[in-house]
Design a binder for this molecule. Structure first.
Ligand code: RIB
Length: 339
């Protein structure tokens, strides 16, 4: 039989003092309520002796705050989302909040289920990289005055705070760089759907090629478990490709592995640039040229906006649309074409 969890009422009865006094002391409000040091010491000594553990759910029901934040990302195992989650968690913890995170895998129903789970847990705010189709769910959080910050992509029909990068210019700039090095048959291999960041990356690639009258070669990928078959078929069928821009780190990881398996040399046979930097791309031989997203800066903006809303109870703070710049990190996977 598990030992009954001690409540604040039990502590008050056992020490023959009021429940209110115990509550103020355990919630750090003794000084504000002018409770004597002796009384504070008496209570804290007792709770330590009996191993009292505050009932966080009861506290959140009573105070309406759980000091937790729900973080919903596409895939927490992806280095991009994992690094942002870690940075957010560090900053949130320093400000008295714990993070509960989960992955959507771009699945609308799973995202809905996660939002409902966080509602049941009484999280105080949400940080979400939303798939399509959850506009209503996010609108209802906002209608409930729940602080919500979107990142990596936004929902054009919903007025929220969001933090993204300049995806269109970043893809345009990377493609321009390849054209400038002399490549003429540049393919874009990318996860593609209506998420704003992916639409903008494709648009940037198209704009650059159009400026130079070059043919577009786009392989749009699903968010599938395994991309090997579709990327292999595309690379095998397009003999004339001399450079590839990968739209995400996930596409590039699959693509570079497949190039090795097909005996395609980088950059001698095909030059490569990947959206998203990572240690793996830096350590690759040759190191991969990347469009590096400012993950530290993104995380800082995300958590700062959310904490401001939490501290002001979400009142009065106008929604912010933060668009950050990326860096083209030039390495050995794209070299000037020998004339
Ligand atoms: O899989 C991670 C990639 O998809 C990153 O480019 C990020 O921007 C997300 O959209």
């Amino acid at each position: 039989m598990s030992k009954k969890r001690l409540s604040i009422v039990d502590i008050a009865n056992n020490l023959n003092i009021s429940k209110t006094t115990v509550s103020f002391i355990l919630n750090g409000r003794a000084k504000e309520k002018r409770i004597s040091t002796e009384m504070v010491d008496k209570v804290l000594k007792y709770v330590k002796e009996v191993g009292y553990k505050p009932n966080s759910l009861a506290k959140s029901l009573r105070t309406g705050k759980s000091n937790t934040i729900g973080l919903i990302v596409e895939d927490i195992s992806n280095p991009f989302f994992g690094s942002i989650a870690r940075l957010i968690e560090d900053r949130a913890y320093k400000n008295g909040y714990k993070i509960i995170y989960c992955s959507t895998y771009n699945d609308m129903q799973k995202t809905r289920d996660m939002i409902n789970m966080f509602r049941d847990r009484h999280v105080d705010g949400y940080i979400i990289a939303p798939p399509q189709g959850v506009e209503e769910d996010i609108a209802s959080l906002i209608n409930e005055s729940m602080p919500v910050v979107l990142f990596d992509r936004y929902l054009p029909t919903i007025d929220t705070d969001y933090v993204v990068v300049n995806n269109q210019f970043s893809a345009y700039n990377a493609t321009q760089y390849l054209v400038g090095q002399g490549y003429k048959n540049i393919a874009l291999i990318t996860f593609a759907n209506d998420q704003t960041q992916m639409v903008d990356r494709i648009r940037g690639y198209q704009m650059a090629l159009k400026e130079h009258g070059l043919k577009q070669l786009i392989k749009e990928l699903p968010f599938a478990e395994d991309l090997t078959e579709s990327i292999t078929a595309f690379l095998k069928s397009r003999k004339g490709i001399d450079a590839v821009l990968f739209g995400t780190n996930r596409d590039a990881t699959y693509g570079i592995k497949i190039m090795h398996n097909l005996g395609i040399r980088i950059p001698e046979d095909i030059a490569v640039i990947s959206f998203d930097d990572s240690d793996a791309f830096e350590l690759h031989s040759p190191p991969i040229t990347t469009v590096a997203q400012p993950v530290e800066d993104m995380a800082e903006h995300i958590i700062t906006i959310l904490l401001d809303k939490l501290n002001n109870n979400g009142v009065g703070t106008k929604n912010q649309s933060i668009v950050l710049h990326t860096d083209l990190v030039v390495r050995g996977s794209s070299q000037p074409v020998k004339k």
